[in-house]
Write a protein that binds this ligand. Structure first.
Ligand code: ATP
Ligand code: MG
Length: 580
């Protein structure tokens, strides 16, 4: 095992983190220690700093949420739940050119599906007037100025981390001139990029974000909520902290890349004398074989590498839902990975492990034959017998169903071998197997076409061997799944695999799209499924016996059911890794 990996055992199954997170992040034991944010919250509550806590989840509606966002959602809503507080859903919609209502709707759906309910649904755009007034207040205090420089000049004059920036002539504009110009910016007198409003802080600060950051820019663009009311928009750093403060957010949790923004967050709040929200940072979730930036996910969609945002291979929450991941498993995963203070890369196998854990307990067992070979049971009468079988041996409350059994059934083609090796316990000439929940059969004859392809098997059954009342005294080692031919439903099976071939996609050489796995989707156009699948609830999750976990896809029609593979029964990639 490479040095930067650590093995974690969970109920006998090995899971590994690719990079070792700090010790207390491996919250695998039953008794969990507090994460560092919980420690802060408990200290704040104990000191009486707040009566109760208020967190927020602040997505920018410029794409669908991904599993990284799920981590942030579970953290923010989880904290509030644990400490009796509340969480707002706030859309950070300050960039009109990339934001859309479609994204707002999908985000709400995903948060609800994950099992969380927000206190208030809010939008940074609700505060545009208030934010404008905040900017006016800064100007009045001599703490903001209108700069006519173009973006290249502003960037140049900012200096470098080792060299102080330059204070330009616009910096000494009078308060009244600044007020006049800012008001003209708002009224639409200037074109995009002609002027900006900057905070007047310190052009020599060691923190580049404090070197007179731009707080307002001109953008003549239609906003998905405010329409054409505004042609100036606040920058993230001038909108986020103030929005937190307006809502009385106590703990504003974001990812590590915002650490250098924190002094500016605090500066704005302090200069405006408003509610002192505080920012805390944790490491964003990175996962193997996956990309997670909305920009990259959008590229995959636009360039048709996938079918859409909810293509089951995507890392979005909607894709995982469509693929059949239970929300419970995603929450469990977010809980297991803990809250880290430094970047790490989490094995996607851990998420799949959580999915299997839930589905093993909840998925209905069904029989589906993917690659059919017809079996004729020559001594079975020409009738249909309904056999009773359990829906889930792990769940006594799941009940039973009946399955038609008849003279003609399908089994998997690869469950038969004409010349079988010694320890082959499936079907072979002269050999016996049990048909799951039915009878023991014996293969008597192999039928082939003119080209020598096997087209059918003739078998005989042992009438006394019926499952549950077997008096045959025959012991067989192999049990096969099967489907009765006459009642079989046609189904299309979509077998999904990882979308990328490399573990650390973000840091792999070249363009991330060079690493797309060309075999990430395999479609089996005609599989045969037992008839119970037609009457099950549409959202049921399944274990197709011996095949994996599956879910019905929305592309299903009355003529043809379509199933997505949620996850395999075992972790096939772990085996691959061992071989390598
Ligand atoms: P992306 O880079 O994927 O577009 P983002 O950070 O721009 O993500 P936002 O919509 O701004 O996306 O994020 C909403 C919240 O989710 C923020 O608080 C952000 O810090 C958090 N978040 C985003 N990605 C992750 C991640 N991978 N792990 C944990 N939290 C994340
Ligand atoms: Mg963002």
């Amino acid at each position: 095992m490479p040095e930067n990996r650590v093995l974690v055992w969970n109920r006998g199954i090995a899971i590994y983190f690719v990079h070792l997170p700090p010790r207390n992040d491996l919250s695998m034991s039953e008794e969990k220690s507090l994460n560092f944010i919980e420690e802060i919250v408990e200290a704040d509550l104990a000191a009486g700093k707040y009566q109760s806590i208020l967190t927020r989840f602040p997505p920018e509606p410029n794409g669908y949420l991904h599993i990284g966002h799920a981590k942030s959602i579970c953290l923010n809503f989880g904290l509030a739940k644990k400490y009796g507080g509340k969480t707002n859903l706030r859309f950070d919609d300050t960039n009109p050119s990339t934001e859309e209502t479609e994204y707002v709707e999908s985000i709400k759906e995903d948060v609800k599906w994950l099992g969380f309910q927000w206190a208030d649904e809010l939008y940074a755009s609700n505060y545009f007037e208030q934010l404008y007034q905040f900017a006016v207040q800064l100007i009045e205090k001599g703490l903001a100025y209108v700069d006519d420089s173009n973006s290249e000049t502003i960037a140049q004059e900012k200096g470098t981390p080792t060299q102080a920036g330059i204070e330009n002539s616009f910096r000494s504009r009078s308060i009244s001139e600044n007020l006049q110009l800012f008001s003209e910016m708002r009224s639409g007198k200037y074109k995009d990029g002609e002027k900006v409003l900057r905070a007047k802080i310190d052009m020599a600060s060691s923190n580049m974000h404090m070197r007179d950051p731009i707080i307002y820019r001109i953008k003549h663009a239609h906003h998905h909520r405010t329409g054409d009311t505004w042609c100036i928009y606040p920058m993230y750093d001038f909108a986020h902290g103030q929005s937190d403060s307006i809502e009385n957010i106590t703990h504003s949790i974001c990812t590590l890349e915002f650490i250098p923004h924190r002094p500016l967050y605090d500066w704005c709040i302090e200069q405006l004398g408003i509610f002192p929200s505080k920012q805390y940072e944790f490491a964003r979730l990175n996962m193997t074989y996956t990309v997670m930036s909305k920009r990259k996910l959008l590229q995959l969609v636009n360039e048709k590498h996938v079918e859409g945002w909810d293509d089951p291979r995507m890392s979005t929450i909607s894709a995982m839902r469509r693929r059949g991941y239970p929300a419970e498993s995603i929450r469990e995963f977010c809980d297991k990975i803990g809250v880290a203070k430094r970047e790490n890369l989490i094995d996607v196998g851990l998420l799949e492990f959580c999915v299997r854990e839930t589905l093993n307990k909840t998925a209905l067992r069904r029989m589906v034959v993917f690659d059919p070979l017809k079996v004729v049971i020559t001594n079975y009468p020409d009738t249909v017998e309904m056999l009773e079988t359990e829906n889930n041996p792990e769940d006594p409350n799941a009940g039973t169903r009946t399955m038609p059994f008849s003279r003609e059934i399908y089994i998997e083609r690869d469950d038969f071998m004409e010349i079988a090796p010694k320890k082959y316990f499936r079907l072979a000439p002269g050999q016996m197997v049990r048909l799951k929940s039915a009878y023991i059969i014996k293969c008597d004859e192999v039928i082939k076409d003119a080209d020598g392809n096997i087209t059918e098997l003739k078998c005989s059954y042992i009438p006394e061997s019926k499952s549950g009342s077997d008096t045959s005294g025959i012991n067989v080692k192999g049990t096969l799944h099967w489907v009765s031919v006459a009642q079989a439903l046609q189904a299309e099976i979509r077998l999904y695999d990882r979308l990328f071939k490399v573990e650390d996609v973000a840091n792999a050489e070249g363009d991330f799209k060079d690493h797309i796995n060309p075999d990430s989707l395999q479609v089996l156009p005609i599989a045969y499924a037992e008839p119970a699948l037609l009457s099950d609830q549409p959202n049921s999750t399944y274990q197709f016996i011996r095949k994996g976990y599956f879910v019905l896809d929305r592309d299903s029609t009355n003529e043809k059911l379509v199933f997505n593979r949620t996850v395999t029964l075992k972790d096939g990639w772990a085996k691959e890794a061992k071989k390598a």
